[in-house]
Design a binder for this molecule. Sequence first.
Ligand SMILES: [Zn+2]
Length: 321
Amino acid sequence: MKKTTKEILLALFLGIVCPGLLFWTVDKIRPIPESRADDTTAFVSAQQEVTEISVKLENAVEQMELEAYLVGVVLQEMPASFEEEALKAQAVVARTYTLKRLEAGGKHEEADICTNSSCCQGYCSPEDYLTEEGKQDELDKVMNAVFNTAGQVLIYDGELIEATYFSCSGGQTEDAKAVWGSEIPYLQSIESPGEENATHYVDTVKFTLEEFTESLDITPVGEPKFWIGETTYTQGGGVDTMYICGVEYKGTTLRQKLGLRSTAFAVSIVGSTVTITTKGYGHRVGMSQYGAEAMAVLGKLYTEILSHYYQNTQLVAYDGN
Ligand SMILES: [Zn+2]
C-alpha cells in the first residue's frame, strides 16, 4: 500500500503507531539547503517505493519499513528527553548507518541488521516503549525527529559514510585509525565540549592485583607500583599503547580485556588496589550523543551537529540505489 507524504505526516501527527503503513521516499541525491533541511516535503517524492529492511530481533527476523525501524532505533539509542535537534542528528546517523549495511548486502546472513547495540544498533518498538512506561509525547518527539529528516543521509565523496556514534567522548573524540587501524577522512579526532553531565563522563573502576593480572593473563614482575611502564597516547587522548609488567598492550586491547568504558584511561596502583579512571563511554569515533545534546542545548541545528562530528561530509537525500 502506498501513502503520500501528506498522509504520512497526518498519521504522524495523529499519533498513529502503525509502522506497516508508514513509508518515505526520495527522488535523487542532492544537497539539502540548510534553510530547507527541516522541510521534509521539499525533497520527498510520493511516487517511489518504500525501502524495506530485514531486522534480526531476539527470536525472529522481521521485515520493516526503514523509517519505522529508525523510530525504534532512536528510541533505544538516545534518551527521548534529549533536544529535538540532537534526536534529528541521531535519526540521520542511524539511517546512514543502516543504509550503509544494506548497500553492503546486509551485515548478517539471515538479516540486514540486528538489534544488538554492540553489534549493529539497538531497537525498541514503539509498542514496547509505551508498555515499558515510555510516554506518548516522547514517542511523538522521536517520530518527529525521524520523519522531519526522512530520507536524509550523510555522504563523503559520493558514498554513504560509516556513520559511527557512541555515548560520550570525555571531551575529545577519537579518530578511526586509532581504534580500527584504517584512516577514514571524515572520522577524525575533534573537540566535543559540554559533555560533563553525561552519566559516564568520568568513571572509576577498581581491581585487586590478582584480578588485574588474571584479566591480562600476565605474570606479575616486581613491585606493583612499578608495573605500569611507558604509555603513548592517541590524538583523541586515548591510550595508544601501554607497557604492563614489560608487556606492550594496545589501549583497545586493554579496554576489551578489562571491560573499560573507553580507551581514555589512567591506571594507578596503590598498595594492593589497581584504580582505573576512564573518560567517556564507547569507542569515541564519530558522533558523541552527549556532545550532540550539548550542541543542541546551545541552539545548534542538527545539520551543524552532523557537520561538526563528520567533517567535510554532505547531507543529502538518499537515492535508493
Ligand atoms: Zn548485528
